[in-house]
Design a protein around this ligand. Structure first.
Ligand code: MRU
Length: 343
């Protein structure tokens, strides 16, 4: 595909593709301050766990230019960036890695700024390779030879590379196994309808869009051979957080004997959290539920319940696909071995 969701410009700014306007408008924004980066993350102009990690690294490099590179200043900027969205572990982890990289750099301000940009650029370059390795590992799994249901957006827009779950599906399509992709709308922000359908169209993959509420009956109808989603955080015991609605898909898939796959790079694993119960879940505002964008269709009175993510327990996950291979249950030892190796 020809879009670039994030790139570092020679003038030390960061250009992002504003995902809130897609697919109707392809507008790029230039970010030059920590405040602009935090706004872009909070409003989902950039989104998806791996892309949030890359944006965090870029945000810290911007902080170095804007505010300075002494340890206290960077620590403060890191805290502001991390506080934007709590569920995707990539964001905080990548910021911490970037802090470590600058910690190892020489004491001059120029050297420290260079180290921050270098770390961010290397992370951006690495992402494509990682995504492609993940896609190759996943493409021979059972069930992918037919129709696959996916949720939210896990393509290049979500990673800055070629994607996770969507990259597996694209590779499966390329080798002639996949026949159709079913895509949930993904209310309330419509990442499936707006972003995944846009990416699938560009890739030439046959795609069918459905309301989230139709997913259970679609699976029950036997039209789907597998369900595959991405993840925002996979913890030590294999429980995985992903876009709200994922848990329901996994329950229904299990009920009907359909394999349920999670695809995520190792940057999305968090072995310091023992189980899904301890994953922080982001709750978002009322305005996202009672309308879309400027448009309102629900009366203003009454409260909303708007979690952005839910947790799927490990026992409902058939396999976890990573760039280092495919994990199978029991996940606890498999994840410990995966994250212990520095591949
Ligand atoms: O709220 P979002 O759009 O950032 O949520 C994104 C998801 O839930 C994705 O499935 C997940 O980050 C995996 S991205 C490859």
């Amino acid at each position: 595909m020809s879009f670039t969701p994030i790139r570092i410009l020679p003038d030390k700014s960061v250009e992002i593709l504003d995902q809130t306007l897609l697919p109707q408008v392809e507008r790029h924004l230039s970010l030059r301050s920590v405040a602009q980066v935090t706004e872009a993350i909070r409003s989902l102009r950039v989104r998806g766990a791996p892309l949030l990690g890359l944006t965090g690294a870029c945000g810290l490099a911007i902080a170095g230019e804007e505010r300075g590179t002494d340890a206290e200043t960077l620590k403060q900027a890191a805290a502001e960036l991390k506080a934007t969205r709590p569920t995707a572990v990539d964001l905080g982890a990548m910021i911490d890695e970037s802090l470590e990289a600058v910690g190892a750099a020489s004491k001059t301000r120029t050297a420290r700024k260079t180290a921050l940009w270098k770390f961010a650029q290397q992370a951006l370059t690495r992402q494509r390779e990682r995504d492609m390795a993940l896609a190759n590992h996943g493409s021979s799994l059972p069930g992918l030879e037919g129709a696959v249901l996916t949720h939210c957006n896990t393509g290049g827009l979500a990673t800055g590379g070629v994607g996770t779950a969507l990259a597996v599906l694209a590779e499966t399509w390329r080798i002639g196994r996949l026949q159709r992709c079913y895509v949930t709308e993904t209310r309330p922000l419509l990442q499936g309808a707006r972003l995944t359908m846009w990416e699938l169209e560009a890739l030439g993959i046959s795609a069918t869009l459905l309301p989230d509420t139709a997913a259970a009956s679609l699976i029950a109808s036997g039209r789907v051979n597998a369900v595959m989603t991405g993840a925002d955080r996979i913890v030590a015991n294999g429980d995985g957080a992903n876009k709200i609605g994922t848990y329901g898909l996994a329950v229904v898939a299990a009920r009907h004997g359909v394999p349920f796959y999670l695809a995520a790079p190792t940057s999305t694993f968090d072995t310091t959290t023992p189980s899904g119960k301890a994953i922080p879940i982001e709750f978002r505002g009322d305005e996202e539920v009672g309308g879309f964008g400027e448009e309102r269709w629900s009366p203003k009175s009454g409260s909303t319940y708007n979690p952005a993510f839910d947790v799927t327990p490990a026992e409902l996950i058939t396999r976890i696909i990573t760039e280092r291979g495919v994990l199978q249950p029991p996940y606890e030892p498999a994840i410990a071995a995966l994250t212990a190796s520095n591949g």
